[in-house]
Write a protein that binds this ligand. Sequence first.
Ligand SMILES: [Fe+2]
Length: 354
Amino acid sequence: MRRILLDNVAAGMKIAKPLFAADGKILLNAGLELKDSYVKRLKEMDVSFIYIEDDLTADIEVADVVSDKIRMEAVSTAKSIMDNVKVGKRVDASQAKKTANSLVDELCSNQGVLVNFIDMRTKSDYLFSHSVNVCILSIMTGISRGYDELRLRDLGVGALLHDIGKISLDPNLLNKNERLTEQELEEIRKHCQYGFETLRKNPEINLVSAHCAFQHHERYDGTGYPRGLVGDEIHEYGQIVALADVYDALTTDVSYRNAVPVYEALAIITSGVGKYFAPEIVTSFTSNIAVYPIGTVVRLSNNEIGVVVDITKEAIHKPVVRMIADAKKNRISGIVEIDLSKNSRLYIADVMER
Ligand SMILES: [Fe+2]
């Protein structure tokens, strides 16, 4: 399979990964051949890219850190918890714990697997899929830091519900496309406090999980909000969720800018080490992310074009690339693969499909 921008998608292409709605229903299934009407529908839903099958990459299977099924169950649980809070009900802690537990189980049994998929989503379910992504990324970071299952679960619950305070904000403010005034920004920043209050009064939710909501916009150097905490004053869970939150936001299309490729998001994060993020948290976090995810089309330093087909934790910047075209843009016939970890002359110069 190969990742392709929606602008380049055409009728006749075959979908390689299912696209789900926030309620867990499949919008487009894997194996389906696209028609013009589907392409139009994808554009209406603001999907920015999809995975397609083609002859060259048909044999490439990508192991994701969690299965589509578990991911979608988590997204629909996040939605139902937040929908309940919206109508004044309390947070269903047992649902949140169940979801965190199933993600912890899945991630613990898939250790060694890198985050390879940039998950496909529609803009309307952003809050829920963002919550689940932050949860997955946070738990993975916790695993890298040697947390036991109990700590992973508390971290997971906090990460899943870190933005729950947004439910208390005016939806018009949250969805506003124009530049926000200082007063509006001030209002949005209150979601940390709102989320903390919502979670704190629930006796079934551990206080450290509530602090993830309170602290996920704090920054290592004290420039964050709401309290401007510095360094170790920020709970480690809060630091992890903050980093996962930034990473997921960067790699997602939002109203005011397009998603940046993974390698660029990682470069932005690395430039904030010691400033916005603690070095050891960044190290644990980045050890789980495929800098050039499988399915990404890349240009090598010799100008040849290929698609990333394999990557390991040992050589995170140097994947195996299957060649598509030579430097003169002639299609390469047959399967030619270059393992960049074994080739010291070549490196990835650019990512082609953004
Ligand atoms: Fe937030």
